[in-house]
Design a protein around this ligand. Structure first.
Ligand SMILES: Nc1ncnc2c1ncn2[C@@H]1O[C@H](COP(=O)(O)OP(=O)(O)OP(=O)(O)O)[C@@H](O)[C@H]1O
Length: 217
């Protein structure tokens, strides 16, 4: 039997504060198969971003493990293995919009026409006219779509996105939903932390983060 694309178990994460420690994740378990789109809900401060930081290897758990295709992660994996759209976006200010989106493809060329892939993604997300601008020259909602295009450009096996529709007007949301679904259809395991019912509506499975563990939503 093949391993799930992502399997996390026993995840614990405690943050230290002068006013007292907060244990945000308390033995959390999550398995997501290739081709599956899972949404994670939970009230503000419940730990969704903290969870994605652990799954992406940007943060380390106090206990527990994260396996990608059965292999334990050791720090942040390469983008073609696991790509992240964090809430802070993390676009490179020195690169244009198009250069940002091309970055995962240039780091690991796969025989694909890079310009065509980048143009296609930016067009699908309605930001093709911004290709030659720098991130500081476009709105935050536009940056968010650029960061999503960058996360998916290298066709990662696991895609982690944090509130991908949070700064978008209703007209821009369908293209984002379609892109997330396309990624799953093409075989990625897609995990989306969101408060947006429109995103939950396209999920194969919905889970909710409550008291540091996941339950069916
Ligand atoms: N680096 C950190 N240091 C200390 N506390 C932290 C840190 N990161 C997160 N926390 C705390 O952990 C808890 C979970 O935060 P997190 O950002 O994961 O919540 P969230 O569910 O993503 O919230 P939202 O829906 O508002 O984005 C919060 O109480 C937060 O204050």
């Amino acid at each position: 039997m093949s391993s799930p694309a992502l399997h996390a178990f026993g995840l614990r994460r405690r943050f230290r504060h002068p006013s007292g420690d907060v244990e945000v994740l308390r033995g959390l378990e999550l398995s997501v198969d290739a081709g599956e789109l899972v949404t994670v809900s939970g009230r503000s401060g419940s730990g969704k971003s903290a969870l994605l930081a652990l799954l992406s290897g940007f943060d380390e758990p106090d206990a527990g493990r994260v396996l990608l295709a059965g292999v334990p992660i050791d720090g942040a994996p390469p983008w073609h293995t696991c790509a992240v759209l964090p809430q802070a976006l993390g676009l490179s200010a020195e690169l244009t919009v198009a250069e940002n989106v091309a970055l995962p493809l240039r780091l690991r060329p796969g025989g694909e026409d890079i310009e065509q892939r980048v143009r296609g993604l930016l067009t699908d997300l309605g930001v093709a006219q911004l290709a030659d601008r720098y991130p500081g020259e476009v709105s935050f909602g536009q940056q968010q779509r650029v960061a999503l295009a960058r996360a998916v450009s290298g066709r990662p096996k696991v895609l982690l996105t944090d509130e991908p529709t949070a700064h978008l007007d209703s007209g821009s949301i369908p293209a984002v939903l379609e892109l997330l679904r396309d990624c799953a259809s093409q075989g990625a395991a897609v995990i989306v932390a969101t408060h947006d019912d429109a995103v939950h509506a396209i999920a194969d499975r919905r889970v909710r983060l409550v008291d540091g563990v996941l339950a069916a939503a």
